[in-house]
Design a protein around this ligand. Sequence first.
Ligand SMILES: Nc1ncnc2c1ncn2[C@@H]1O[C@H](COP(=O)(O)OP(=O)(O)OP(=O)(O)O)[C@@H](O)[C@H]1O
Ligand SMILES: [Mg+2]
Length: 232
Amino acid sequence: MALIKMEHVRKVYNNGEDNEVAALKDINLEIQAGEFVAVMGASGSGKSTLMHVIGFLDSASSGKYFFDNQEITELPADALSEIRNQKVGFVFQAFNLLARTSAIDNVALPMLYARKYTLAQMAERSKEMLVQVGLESRLNHHPSELSGGQQQRVAIARALVNNPAVIFADEPTGNLDSRSTEEVMGIFKKLNDEGRTLIFVTHEEEVAAYAKRIIRLKDGEIVSDILNTIRK
Ligand SMILES: Nc1ncnc2c1ncn2[C@@H]1O[C@H](COP(=O)(O)OP(=O)(O)OP(=O)(O)O)[C@@H](O)[C@H]1O
Ligand SMILES: [Mg+2]
């Protein structure tokens, strides 16, 4: 069965009477483990909303969402945050690293929340993750001492640290120049080649070109869903 399955998912933001926005209208979607998916569409088309619902940061207004065979729509909030911590990793446009904290400690943070590792285990695993993204020589650097691409690689290492079933990234290259963009997308490609499931949002065709599948949204609906045959 699919890792992710949505049936008739609708998301309505309600900012008071007569001020409803249907950000997602009727989303039907299946994503299998091991896929590498780009979500595209104009500003306001619902991309971030879709990522928030898929990543349990927000809930659907109606419809059904199954993750790893579990119906998410019926789970209480504490079960949801448990799944979020254990099964998904997030990467954001603005990196969202702690400024006064070294790369290695930023990466360790999700393990701290999981409360099942010793300090030595956390340090070892964080280092391993930073090696995976090519930052073995930057373990003790603070975010301000790293380039944008390097900061995003720290964020990717952090997203990987609990060994999630899937990584979600919302405009992961939105703040990066073209060289850092290639760096970050090269890492995503490598992670997917190793079997990791990745779903990311982008505005740029060049960046979407790395994905194996491209989903396009318009006004809260999927208007195209194709395999990317001219992959980077
Ligand atoms: N918290 C909110 N409250 C009310 N409306 C919202 C909220 N978040 C998003 N919206 C509306 O929902 C629609 C979809 O927004 P969303 O952020 O998902 O778009 P997006 O495709 O990610 O756009 P962008 O490319 O600019 O990031 C927009 O019309 C937006 O104004
Ligand atoms: Mg957005």
